[in-house]
Design a protein around this ligand. Structure first.
Ligand code: SAM
Length: 294
């Protein structure tokens, strides 16, 4: 990463504002919901098969909207099921948002929530220190592996917690998305080597293939309207640009050549299409459903 630049994740509040704006401007959660309703049910039902309680770990659950969608799909066909849900997220604000969502939603009595305000690696240390032997039926890491130092080690640890019929779901941006192109072009300037931010499902597939780990792979089409990024001084455009580059105040702090290059690439056909005067970025996601250790 350019030494003059600071990572967006250093500013919790701005990160959260940019993420929420990204959710408004993109079909991110809609495409996840389509996947959860259309493709995921057989997996959810297989992990719950023959069980009265399913043990779930959500790593980087954020405000929980997607977690609750998965539980409601599970419950649709298994109205007798109970869920023991460990939520792992280091952001107190996100955990608060998740709790508010739960408090507003009726009929969630079948879920027991355990709130873990910690990172994935702190959870791993905590788990090992307490010599926990509990196994999980379903673990998900949705749009969070960018924020860990060693994604392969994180996947290996959580996979080791799976029950023999369990599954690990990972969702990240697809290697074929605009993000993939942006990161392949500007990895050294934008990505923070300390925490592997420029990660796609392509990278995780390479890791799984080399370790001989079986998985299913799905592409989730998604778009993001980034038109405002091209209006100089536009506050929302600046916030979106921070989210796209993962750089704090990218518009103000990036060297002019880097800023010009990134803006040019963002509207290039490799990353975006123009529709009715709007610039629509390819935000395609990839979902990997990973088997437990043999
Ligand atoms: C992009 S948000 C995704 C939230 C949610 N899964 C979704 O898709 O809406 C990333 C989440 O990962 C959390 N996070 C960041 N670093 C983490 C870490 N090291 N371990 C676990 N979660 C982390 C953040 O607090 C945030 O809630």
């Amino acid at each position: 990463m350019c030494s003059a630049l600071r990572s967006l994740v250093e500013d919790d509040a701005r990160y959260l504002r940019s993420f929420q704006l990204f959710l408004q401007r993109s079909s991110e959660h809609r495409c996840m919901r389509d996947f959860i309703r259309g493709t995921l049910p057989p997996t959810l039902h297989s992990v719950a098969d023959g069980k009265a309680i399913v043990n779930v770990i959500g790593v980087g659950s954020g405000a929980g909207e997607i977690d609750l969608e998965m539980f409601s799909q599970l419950r649709l066909r298994r109205s007798d099921i109970f869920v023991d849900n460990e939520v792992v997220d280091p952001s107190s604000q996100q955990l608060h948002n998740y709790k508010v969502l739960v408090s507003r939603q009726p009929d969630l009595d079948y879920i027991k929530f355990s709130w873990n305000e910690m990172t994935a690696s702190e959870f791993e240390q905590h788990w090992k220190a307490n010599k926990m032997t509990k196994k999980a039926d379903f673990i998900h890491m949705i749009q969070m592996l960018y924020y860990v130092k060693d994604p392969g080690a994180t996947v290996s640890f959580f996979r080791s917690l799976l029950h023999e019929n369990g599954k690990l779901l990972i969702i990240l941006v697809s290697g074929e998305s605009g993000w993939g192109k942006l990161w392949r072009t500007y990895r050294t300037q934008l990505c923070n080597a300390e925490i592997s931010q420029c990660l796609t499902t392509g990278d995780i597939k390479s890791f799984l293939d080399s370790a001989g780990i079986a998985y299913q792979s799905h592409e989730l089409p998604s778009q993001m309207d980034i038109t405002e990024c091209f209006t100089p001084g536009d506050e929302q455009g600046e916030l979106l640009l921070d989210f796209l580059t993962e750089v704090l105040d990218f518009g103000r702090t990036a060297p002019p050549e880097l800023k010009a290059g990134v803006l040019e690439l963002l509207r290039h056909p490799d990353c975006s299409t123009e529709v009715d005067g709007r610039v629509i970025f390819n935000n395609n996601l990839g979902a990997l459903i990973i088997d437990p250790p043999a």
